[in-house]
Structure formats: C-alpha cells, structure tokens
Design a protein around this ligand. Structure first.
Ligand code: 26V
Length: 809
C-alpha cells in the first residue's frame, strides 16, 4: 500500500489538506500549517494500514494484549512515523517543494511529556516493538491536559512551569466521541439476594464520561498499526442534564471542572505516592474505561465472555492500574452474572503485572476510608479478595498472623496495591535479572514461597530504531555499510559489528561520528541557550530523574575532588571534561531540589575560576526530556549509571547510551549487571559495592564517618561542599553525608563507594587518552547492545507471559 505513495501523491495530499483545513493555497501556507497538514496525511496512511490490520486480527480471532499504564512518555512522533513507514525522503521532498525543511518541522515538534521517566518511556518503547513485531496490542493511558512540568533553572533553583503541549502535538490524536464510556464514583451500594443470586444495586453515584483519544502507532515496515488510547474526562451528566436545565449555569460549570480535573494533570512525583484521592480517581478512571472497552470489544466479536482469558491479555504496568483486578470482577459479576469463582479464574488468567521499583516509599497504599467512599463497590470486592486470601493463608500457615498480615491486601486500614497486584495476576515480573531476584528474595518473598511459578524476569529494552537508527543516523549508516541493515529488525545482529573492533578504518569512522555528534549537540545547545561547549572535552553525562538513590551526589563528590586536585596541584595535566547533568526533581522533593542547586552552583563557581575552567565544566541541562535525550545520547562519551546497588530496578537510559557507543561507568545495579556480562568487564567500568555487600554493610553497621576519616580526598571534598559554592551554603548536604538529616548518615552509601568510583572513573579517563583503544571498546559496546532492544523484551513477554502470536497478512 505504501508503495503507491510517492512524492507526487504526498504533495497533492498536502495541498488538499492545506486548502481544506486552513483555507489557503499551499504556496502561502506557513510552517505550522504545513506541519499540521503533514500530520493529517500521515494519519490517513496509518488509518488505512490499521483497518487492514484489524480486519486480519479479527478474521484470525487472534489473542490481543492490552498494556495499561498511567504514563506513556511518547516524545515527538513525526520522524519516528515517517522513518518507520519508509516515507521520509518522499516527505522531505514534498515539504521542500512547499518551501520548508522537514528537519525544521522535526525540531519544532512539541514533546508530549505524558510520563515521569523510565516507566512511561518503557511503555512507549514497548508499543513501538509490539507494532513492529505485528502483535495486536492496545496501549491505554490518560490524556493529561498538562504533562510533566517544564523545568526552568533560575539561579540554581528549579522552577516548574506547566507543560502546555496540546496546541501542536494533539494533531496526532483523533477524538472518538462515539466511543465513550461512563465511569462511576461515590454513591451507595446495596446488596440483595434474589433467587439465590446476589444483586448489587448502585445508586447516587457521580458519573464521568471517558472520551477516548486515539493515536496510531506505526511499526517499522510492519503489517501492524496499533492504537494508543488515552482517556479524557468529560462531565456531561452534571453539566448538561441537571443544573444547566435548572438555570444554575455557574454551578454547572463549577461541577464540570471538578470532574474534568481528573485528567487535568500528571502527578509529577515518582518517589512518593501522595495518597491523594484525585490520584486514586485517575487510576480508577483509566482502569474502568479501559476494561469496559475491552469487554465490549470482546463481546462484539465473540458474543460471550466465557473465552475472555483465552483471547485477552491485560498487563498492568506497575501497581497504578491494579484496580483492573476488582474492576474486571465487578463487570463480570454485576453485569454478566458470573459467579465469584468463575470471575476470579478469568481475572487471574487475564492479568499480569510488572513491578518497576523496590523503593518502599513508592509502593502505593490507600487509606481504606477514602477508598471506600470514593469506590464503594470496588472496596467491597477488594475486601472479599482479601477475606478469601487470608482464609487460604490461614490454612497454609495456621496461626502465623504476622505473615498473613504482611501478605494481606487490606490491613491496618490500608489497601495495598502491590499485594493486590500479585494476588490477582498469573505472572509477576521484574525488569532486570537482579531486580527480579530481589523481588523473590525480599519485596515479594512471602508470595514467592506460596507460588514460586508466578515469578519471572523480563529485562527491559529500548526502541533501538528510535534511539540508534533515527537519532544517530551517522552511526546507523556506518552499521548499514559494515554489517548490513538486518540489525534494524534483528537487533542481535549488531553483534557482527564486533568484528570491526580491530579495524582501523571503522575505529576512525566511529570516532569521527562521535565527534560530529558532539558538534551537533553543541549546536543544538547553542540554539537553545546561547551557550557554547568544548566538543574536544570528554562528555560525561548523568541524565535521569533526580533521586538520592541514583546518587547524583556521588558524581558531585567526584567533580569536587577533581576541582580540588586542579586547584592544589601546580601543573595539572588532565583531559578537559564537561560534566553534564539533566533531570527533573519532583516538586515536593526538597533534597532533590537542593542537589540541583548544588550542581548548578558548583558549575557557576568553576566557571568563575580561571584555572579550573580550563579543564573542567559543569553544565546543568535544563528541562531534560525525550527530544533532548535524542541529541544528547549520540554525543556522550561516558554514561554515569551509579545508583546504589539493589536500588535501580533496571534503568533504560544506560541502554540508550551503550547502543550509541558511550562507555558506562556504573555499579552492579539493575541492567548494568547484564550489560557487563554482555560486553565483558574489559569494556565497561564497574565499581562499588554489590547489592549483597550493601545488605551486609547495613547489617554490620555502616559508619559514614569512618570512610570520611579514612580518605584525605573524600574528606576534602565533603569539607569543600560544607564551605559552599558561589556564595551559597551547602552545609546541609555535608551533614547529610556525615550525620544524616533523618538519623541515617549517608543513606545511599555515597561515601562507601567514593574511592572505588573515583579510581574507576580515573581509569576510564586515562583509557580515553588512547583514543583508538577507547573507540574499539565503544565498538564492543555497540555490538553487545542488541540484547537490550525492546524487540527482545517484547518477544519474551509475548511468548512467556501474554501467550500472543504475531498477525501477518
Ligand atoms: C511511582 C509513583 C509513585 C507515586 C505516584 C506517582 C508515581 C509515578 C511513577 C512511579 C513509578 C516509579 C517507578 C519507575 O519509574 N521505575 C523505573 O522503571 C523503569 C522501567 O522499568 C526502570 O528502568 C527504572 O529503573 C525504574 O526506576
């Protein structure tokens, strides 16, 4: 079908859209109008593809997967879609004939930030692979009017600005006002017995309409085109019916805003659940609308729900959509008269769950009273799930109250979403080998002992076409010319590139590509900020959310120690280095905001020091997001993956840097462990305590002060921080290290890992001096990165968890 599309047909289509939608002649259209017309035509192409795909899915009665996630960090779509469809050069020519450059359209495209970080980006990468591999899949999430805030750094302080992404990127979405579903909150539930059947009546509830907004997902040269459906809350009931007709216009509008608040904004904290009723309502809104939709589609095709679990896999991405479990129970029992047992069997056979964090403070719990008032029917179902669970456990562990109360879904007036997720799904997986092991050993140990077969691992992966082929076209073209283009659909074929690790020409080419990518990044940075960068310096990058466990502070200690070295030695001979930091802090996470201020002030002080600034610079990259990552990763020499071992579930940024030929300096945490196995210890810079050693250190009693006293360099660095930078006081951070702000000194063991980190970083730096050897290692990294493609992760989910097959013509 795409073969009938060429420059001429595209140009005609654009002209027609421009005249029809904007009432101007094509040659008079401005950039925005051309951009919008491009989107409209790409959507038409995808719509045709999608209807062909749907027809075959239906005809083959294929099992479908539904991926539920509160976040989809989709990033810009135009380049990805055009390249996936193989239509980029045709579009470039057509757009040029209208007087514009396709690249300018790419750069001007807004970046919908409908996610916080790793979790949401993973969901977006997975949709890409699901579609490329021709699996029938639907992503479900919310259409937040405001995505993750835009970050401004004003004198070192993070300031949050609303992310108004809609004027622009909303063009990719199609509102399906014909496919809405009602979602009910509050009200009263009455249970009566009629002819031996429990009848549940639900009255006095508030009803909100869920309106779907669909974005089609293209796969790379795929037969499939899938759908990402985002729900938007619309209050029709209150607005139109009741108050409005009674002439109470303003009250109608006020109530209307309350309901529509549901999808107003994405919660910007991925560290602490706020326990806010609005967040719970958002979760139920997503779950209820999506499940009604899934059930309706299933019934339309099969006319029965008896084969529901055979034909549908429902995946909950972290605990946020865990209300899927009681909601599907509700629909099956209350609407379709299933017995508890049959409904439960269907639910457990349909649902699977991925855990994405072991941080105890991120595990969601809801106050039971709030939960009951807001979701009375769901509450009663959750209580019954809990009652049956506890009864089974009592048989298994008679008298072991402690264990049973740990495993309960409802206890101490709280609803525990993680326990609900484990109990109500057939498979639970972690996102790296180490993380999955930790789930079995500690977080879910009790459940693991009862049902070991439930637990499995699927190591995360990235959309390597977006993160390598499209964002690093020079490297991709070198790969095409050396190993051939097969790796684009078969990422494991990247391993062929290893043959070139000793090839002088290829080494020189990879080195030259890295340098040119650094220049492109510098140019991008200049356009953005007016600032300049030294592209001959080492680009050392730590880009991720700001979290204590990710240890941006350990990186700061290293930089301060280097700064100290530069200041105190009479003749310094070190490679120039630029230390980049990027990432947002949750607005209420004061420590994280302080870390940003520290980094920024350190940078300012170094810039003002004539001797130091010859050698090192610290750059805070404001508003790190998907579009920035796409230019930054190809330009990076050293990737900092330095979380405390046992804390980072997987990490996916690490994979994006690796596949672009950056060298990793990292701990044995998350996916780093598997990266080290894949590339070999000689090609990665591993340092620090292992997860096991971390546990032992805590058990034996950790004294930060001992590490401080034992290392001159560390002591000097902490004291330097205590003395402040650029006139700002950071003594609080020094005491965080030594005495602790919440009783525990140095809770993420920065001091314990410092010496090992500093030495290992130093080794990386001296290796960098031998650029040929360094680049040869970079080649090994690119060659070993194939395993970390989302195509591999998705094949594992499809075969081992969802049991779905590809649908081809
Ligand atoms: C948690 C919460 C809890 C409070 C309310 C808002 C909110 C929003 C998001 C989250 C999720 C945190 C979990 C997360 O993003 N985990 C990351 O998942 C990545 C994909 O699996 C993984 O690579 C990272 O290591 C992990 O930190």
């Amino acid at each position: 079908m795409e073969s009938m599309i060429n420059e001429k047909t595209i140009k005609e289509a654009l002209e027609s859209k421009i005249s029809r939608y904007f009432g101007v002649r094509a040659e008079d259209a401005n950039k925005t109008q051309v951009y919008k017309a491009v989107i409209l035509t790409v959507k038409d192409i995808l719509t045709d593809k999608r209807s062909a795909f749907r027809r075959v899915v239906k005809q083959k009665k294929a099992k479908r997967v539904y991926y539920l996630c509160m976040e989809f960090l989709i990033g810009p779509s135009l380049k990805n879609n055009l390249r996936n469809l193989g239509l980029e050069s045709e579009y470039a020519a057509a757009v040029k004939s209208l007087g514009f450059e396709l690249n300018d359209l790419y750069e001007a495209e807004p970046d919908p930030g409908l996610g916080n970080g790793g979790l949401g980006r993973l969901a977006a990468c997975f949709m890409d692979s699901l579609t490329t591999l021709d699996y029938p899949a639907t992503g479900f999430s919310l259409l937040y009017e405001y995505g993750l805030f835009k970050q401004k750094i004003v004198d070192g302080n993070q300031v949050e600005l609303p992310d108004i992404w809609m004027p622009g990127a909303e063009g990719w979405f199609v509102a399906r006002t014909d496919k809405t579903f009602p979602v009910r909150f509050g009200g009263k539930v009455t249970e009566t017995w009629e002819n031996g059947h429990l009848r549940v009546t639900y009255t006095d509830y508030d009803e909100v309409q869920a309106v779907p907004y669909d974005m089609m997902i293209s796969g790379y040269r795929s037969f499939a085109a899938n759908n990402l459906r985002l729900w938007r809350a619309q209050d029709i009931q209150n607005f139109n019916m009741k108050l409005f007709t009674q002439g109470q216009y303003m009250q109608a509008v006020e109530q209307n805003t309350t309901a529509e608040m549901l999808t107003k904004v994405l919660y910007p904290a991925d560290d602490h659940p706020e326990g806010k009723i609005l967040r719970l309502s958002q979760q139920y809104f997503l779950v209820s609308a999506s499940l009604q939709n899934i059930v309706a589609d299933h019934l339309r095709q099969y006319g029965t729900l008896s084969n529901f679990a055979e034909k549908n896999a429902i995946h909950i991405n972290d605990t946020h959509p865990a209300l899927c479990i009681p909601e599907l129970m509700r629909i099956l029992m209350d609407t379709y008269s299933f017995s508890w047992e049959t409904a439960w069997d269907t639910v457990v056979k349909s649902v699977s769950y991925t855990n994405h964090t072991v941080m105890p403070e991120a595990l969601e719990r809801w106050n039971e009273d709030q939960f009951r008032i807001r979701l009375p029917r769901i509450h009663s179902i959750v209580c019954e799930i809990n009652r049956r669970l506890c009864a089974d456990l009592w048989n298994l562990y008679p008298g072991d109250w402690e264990r049973i109360s740990r495993m309960a879904v409802v206890a101490y007036s709280e609803v525990r979403m993680a326990n609900l997720s484990v109990v109500g799904s057939h498979t639970v997986n972690g996102v790296s080998k180490l993380h999955s092991q930790i789930l079995k050993d500690s977080v879910f140990h009790d459940f693991y002992k009862v049902s070991p077969e439930k637990f499995t691992n699927v190591t995360n992966g990235i959309a390597h076409r977006r993160w390598l082929c499209y964002s690093n076209p020079k490297l991709a073209s070198l790969l095409d010319h050396t190993i051939g283009p097969d790796y684009r659909t078969n990422p494991e074929a990247l391993s062929d590139f290893k043959r070139y690790a000793g090839d002088k020409y290829v080494i020189e080419a990879v080195r030259d590509i890295k340098h040119r990518n650094k220049e492109s990044f510098a140019a991008w940075y200049h356009r953005r900020t007016g600032g300049t960068l030294d592209t001959h310096s080492v680009f050392d990058v730590q880009a991720k959310r700001i979290h204590e466990y990710k240890r941006q502070l350990l990186n700061v200690l290293k930089i301060v120690a280097l700064y100290d070295e530069i200041k105190t030695s009479p003749n310094v001979d070190i490679v120039p280095q630029t230390f980049f930091f990027g990432g947002k802090a949750a607005p209420g996470y004061y420590m994280a905001k302080d870390i940003i201020r520290l980094i920024w002030c350190l940078g300012k002080e170094i810039d003002a020091d004539p001797k130091a600034r010859e050698h090192i610079r610290v750059v805070y990259l404001e508003d790190y997001n998907v579009s920035m990552a796409e230019v930054l990763m190809p330009a990076t020499d050293i990737s900092e993956q330095i979380s405390l071992a046992g804390k980072e579930a997987s990490g996916t940024g690490c994979m994006k840097f690796m596949i672009n030929g950056a060298m990793t300096v990292g701990t044995l945490d998350g996916a780093n462990v598997e990266m080290a196995d894949a590339v070999g210890r000689g090609n990665i810079y591993i340092f620090g305590l292992t997860a096991k050693e971390v546990d032992e250190l805590w058990r034996s009693g950790y004294s930060a002060m001992n590490y401080y006293s034992a290392s001159e360099r560390l002591k000097a660095a902490v004291d330097r921080i205590s003395a402040g930078f650029a006139g700002e006081d950071f003594s609080g951070i020094a005491s965080y290290f030594l005495t602790g702000n919440h009783n525990v000194a140095d809770p993420y063991l920065c001091l314990a890992d410092f010496e090992s980190y500093f030495r290992t970083y130093g080794a990386a730096l001296s290796d960098y001096a031998d650029r040929e050897a360094w680049t040869s290692k970079a080649i090994c990294n690119i060659a070993a990165a194939g395993y970390f493609a989302a195509d591999r992760s998705i094949s594992e989910y499809a075969a081992g968890i969802w049991h779905i097959g590809r649908v081809t013509e």
